[in-house]
Design a protein around this ligand. Structure first.
Ligand SMILES: O=S(=O)(O)O[C@H]1C[C@H](O)[C@@H](O)[C@@H]1CO
Length: 625
């Protein structure tokens, strides 16, 4: 196939074209958010239940229980962990936390631990506690002593640093707090708000896990959609995500029952998201709750006002100057300067509630755009279905489909009317080989991890996003992250456990496109809509180059001849970055590097001759003098 490349660009590649969709779907707590202790503050649990002790266990003859403390550490955290030492105790007594399915012990790290304690009944005793990192088989990697003062009947926070003396061979390790039983007989001590942090990405306080953050940053993302996705919406109005419950001291954050079946600590809150965006060089695409929750309830129009106000307050917290109420709150938390914000998404997937979205959009958009005319608002129903007023300038399209669908729909946006509307392809992924049971199980075709068929299908679709980037301003694969020990959705772009991050074939595909996006689109001979090989050509300003992306979605190699535009001065060689594997090849925890990009030199003349291997994603870089 010969592909003639035009010298005249048709449209710029938006700086926002590639980014990330995020929500806590086993991806925040225990994942991107670096807190190592699971159930660290006994949030949203019923006292005196076994479930309340999730991830905690007693050590020695101690008994532990989650109690509703009569003088709680804060109104947000009513529960405490109560340790009772039997009168006959001897040996170590206390409790341990198993982390999020394990704790990585790294001898090059300094861990920061903290907790609150108080004695419900004053005691003359001043027992020494040992705070440690121990293997589940009892090896102590790090330990520090903290005296607990029996006269301390009000809450006192203590801080400890832990430096392991060795790397643990696996993640079967615990955080532990113990007393010497013989010297603590009969004592009762209450504890609250534990925390154990490893070093964080860019050293940010209350920040992100370095290896996960690094993998995400290496995609060169330009935006970060937050906080969801379903996890924005709540199973009810009362349990929706509320920005104000996620900012300020951790001891004041109540947490919430998330929308993926587990409690969110909200330690990863709005301010942490915004610092994260800055640390990576992304802009937020920030959602506001828009009156619909996943139980199917839409608030009636005459009840929207307080929620519109809460959304306005959320925006004020992000961009308000310090003379505003919530700009001042932001400043009081250490950040006087407003954050960068352009895009607001109004709800999530409101095609589930199109009829109520007609008034919900009208009122949320109407009020918020009047207050913040400089912001761009994204609607979340199907485009122009139903008709919304005022007419949305932007829509968020989502699609989960088969590899074949993606390979067959790379012209999805070519047929879209050019009427001034621009589109956010906010969630897309090839999730199953079974078009008639997309959301089924692995037994019926669901992908547990992306495969090369999935990734080349996505790449084909992405060549169409670049060709149509005059109306597609942003696109992101979803979901972004999964904890392989506790998963709500597959496949995901990046997987991880307590020790390791696993980059999928779709991760490398996203990275190849995002890192090599270019600055303007160069039209070229169109691929066949129902063909099997797809390409996109862009020009990069600095360093000057032509970038040719190719996806081959079948097993047979494809021989391509790219005719470079006349008048450009290409050198005699370029580079190819190629991700190539068999149809079902996949990077998994057992085969983490089955398919990774390889780079090699290609020869360049008036044409670039390239044979795209079967099931491959390629980026050809042709430097321009
Ligand atoms: O069950 S779905 O609606 O398909 O859930 C999808 C769509 C929703 O926005 C996101 O949270 C989730 C997984 O990415």
């Amino acid at each position: 196939t010969t592909v003639a490349i035009s010298a005249t660009a048709s449209h710029p590649i938006p700086t926002t074209l590639y980014g990330q969709m995020f929500e806590d779907i086993n991806s925040g707590d225990g994942g991107l958010y670096a807190e190592l202790l699971q159930n660290r503050a006994f949030q949203q649990v019923a006292p005196n239940t076994t479930a309340a002790l999730n991830a905690w266990h007693a050590i020695g003859s101690a008994t532990i229980n989650v109690v509703a403390d009569p003088t709680p550490v804060s109104s947000a955290l009513p529960n405490a962990l109560q340790l009772r030492v039997p009168s006959s105790a001897s040996g170590a007594v206390g409790f341990g936390n198993e982390g999020y399915w394990g704790i990585k012990v790294d001898s090059t790290w300094t861990y920061n631990a903290s907790f609150y304690y108080r004695f419900p009944a004053a005691s003359a005793q001043k027992p020494t506690s040992t705070v440690s990192l121990v293997s589940s088989s009892g090896d102590t990697y790090a330990a520090a002593s903290v005296t607990l003062d029996g006269s301390q009947t009000t809450w006192k926070q203590v801080f400890v640093t832990l430096k392991p003396n060795a790397n643990a061979p696996n993640t079967a390790n615990n955080f532990a707090v113990t007393l010497d039983g013989a010297s603590a007989r009969g004592l009762t001590v209450n504890f609250a708000m534990f925390s154990l942090f490893p070093p964080t990405y860019k050293g940010r306080a209350n920040g992100m896990r370095i290896d996960v953050a690094t993998a995400l940053a290496e995609m060169n993302p330009s935006f970060f959609r937050l906080p969801g996705g379903n996890n924005l919406e709540g199973q009810s109005t009362a349990t929706r995500w509320q920005w104000n419950a996620t900012v300020g001291p951790l001891v004041d954050r109540p947490g919430r029952m998330g929308d993926w079946g587990y409690i969110n600590t909200d330690g990863l809150g709005l301010m942490e998201y915004l610092y994260w965006c800055e640390d990576v060089g992304m802009q937020p695409i920030m959602a506001v709750w828009a009156g619909y929750s996943l139980d199917g309830d839409s608030l009636p129009e005459n009840e929207l006002a307080p929620y519109i106000q809460q959304a306005a307050d959320q925006i004020e917290f992000v961009i308000g100057d310090t003379s505003t109420t919530y700009g001042a709150l932001r400043a009081s938390l250490g950040r006087a300067e407003p954050f960068n914000l352009t895009y607001i998404e109004v709800g999530n997937e409101d095609f589930f509630a199109s009829s109520s979205y007609i008034y919900r959009w009208r009122d949320f958009y109407g009020n918020l755009s009047a207050r913040y005319p400089q912001l761009q608002f994204i609607a979340t129903t199907y485009p122009f279905n139903p008709i919304l007023t005022p007419t949305p300038k932007h829509y968020d399209n989502h699609v989960y489909q088969t590899p074949h669908w993606f390979a067959s729909n790379s012209f999805f946006y070519d047929d879209y009317e050019r009427n001034g509307t621009t589109y956010f392809e906010g969630e897309y992924a090839s999730i199953s080989s079974n078009a008639s049971d997309l959301y089924g199980s692995a037994a019926t075709g669901r992908f547990l991890y992306p495969t090369m068929a999935a990734s080349t299908g996505e790449a084909a679709f992405m060549t169409g996003l670049e060709r149509n980037a005059d109306i597609v301003f942003a696109a992101s694969y979803a979901p972004l992250l999964q904890n392989i020990a506790s998963t709500q959705w597959t496949p995901d772009l990046v997987s991880y456990d307590a020790a390791t991050v696993y980059r999928s074939t779709s991760y490398y595909t996203q990275q190849l496109f995002s890192v090599n996006r270019g600055d303007e689109y160069l039209p070229s001979t169109l691929p066949a809509r129902n063909g099997t090989v797809f390409w996109s050509v862009t020009r990069r300003n600095s360093p000057s180059a032509i970038l040719i992306k190719v996806s081959n979605t079948v097993s047979t190699p494809a021989d391509l001849v790219f005719q470079l535009p006349l008048g450009i001065n290409a050198g005699s060689s370029g580079t190819a970055q190629v991700l190539q594997g068999s149809q079902n090849a996949s990077n998994t925890p057992s085969t983490p590097n089955a398919v990774t990009p390889v780079t090699f030199t290609i020869s360049v003349g008036r044409t670039v001759n390239y044979s795209a291997p079967g099931f491959s994603v390629s980026v050809l870089t042709v430097p321009i003098a």
